[in-house]
Design a protein around this ligand. Structure first.
Ligand SMILES: Cc1cc2nc3c(=O)[nH]c(=O)nc-3n(C[C@H](O)[C@H](O)[C@H](O)COP(=O)(O)O)c2cc1C
Length: 178
């Protein structure tokens, strides 16, 4: 596992090559099996292959034009209904603790997607440079759902160096904070 974790990169340039359907299914299976608090599984994944819809999404996602080189987008949506039932609308300023829980759990599933894609020789980039109200209407996502990320997926056409990470002694403490 560590080798694939080490080799994964955010890729922003893709080959013009179709992804085998079974690979997409296997990637989604890795997300389906992710752990979540109280096993709520608050996620939904929308597969987008239409050029027109991808373009709308990339524009909503801070005009990141490079996204259009990816043949598939996976739009990862968290559902607050798994934790609260009464009327609620979500945006960037929503303070509800349940929102943090559904985002946390969906983020775990997204990381499974990134790693399973790497395992299958595919490349990804998690993007999230958008506002909820810009993305939701493009895909008819209701206002009580929260889009955690748009994942670009495809065969990579660049091989960037490993991006820097903090040193182990900067991020690990033993027994207590201090
Ligand atoms: C929640 C999240 C949002 C991100 N949003 C974007 C984005 O909108 N555009 C982009 O090019 N990269 C985005 N990234 C990729 C990060 O820039 C990248 O993970 C980081 O620089 C480390 O590089 P690496 O993934 O190659 O190790 C995002 C990553 C995460 C986890």
């Amino acid at each position: 596992m560590l080798e694939q974790i080490e080799n994964r990169r955010s890729i922003r340039k893709y080959l013009n090559k179709k992804i085998e359907k079974e690979k997409v299914v296997q990637i989604l299976e890795s997300a389906r099996l992710a752990p979540s608090g109280s096993n709520t599984q608050p996620w939904t994944f929308i597969i987008v292959e239409s050029e027109e819809t991808k373009e709308k999404l990339s524009i909503a996602d801070h005009h990141q034009e490079w996204m259009m080189t990816a043949p598939v987008f996976i739009v990862c949506v968290a559902d607050i209904r798994c934790r609260i039932s009464e009327g609620i609308r979500l945006d960037e300023n929503s303070p509800e603790p349940e929102l943090k829980q559904i985002i946390r759990d969906t983020a775990i599933a997204i990381e499974h997607i990134l790693l399973e894609a790497e395992h299958l020789g595919l490349a990804t980039c998690w993007t999230a440079w958008f506002e909820q109200d810009a993305v939701r209407p493009i895909l008819n996502i209701p206002e009580d759902k929260y889009v955690c990320g748009i994942i670009t997926l495809g065969y990579g056409d660049e091989a960037p160096n490993q991006r820097p990470r903090k040193k182990m002694n900067e991020i690990v403490r033993y027994e207590k904070w201090q």
